[in-house]
Design a protein around this ligand. Structure first.
Ligand SMILES: [Zn+2]
Length: 88
């Protein structure tokens, strides 16, 4: 099992930088989509809350099924490369 102390500072810094870029990209594109939807529809709390709940449900279901059926079946090429992702 890989421990946090086994990760080199360079790899750790590279990973943190990638996470920062991913978060910034999500904020920019999410904000852009948000601005488009606010322009097209008037804001209503019920719609906002339904959107948050549906978004959470969709994201978690996508993550689960993507992992379960594409990335983790033993012997598949995607699973092989995905295990590299899990080990780093
Ligand atoms: Zn995985």
């Amino acid at each position: 099992m890989l421990r946090a102390s086994d990760i080199s500072p360079i790899s750790l810094a590279r990973g943190l930088a990638a996470k920062r870029r991913n978060a910034l990209t999500a904020v920019i594109f999410g904000g852009f989509l948000d601005a488009l939807l606010l322009e097209a529809y008037s804001f209503q709390w019920a719609g906002f809350l339904a959107g948050v709940l549906l978004g959470l449900l969709y994201a978690n279901a996508f993550e689960y099924f993507f992992h379960r059926f594409l990335l983790h079946p033993p012997g598949k090429i995607l699973a092989h490369y995905h295990m590299v992702h899990h080990s780093t």
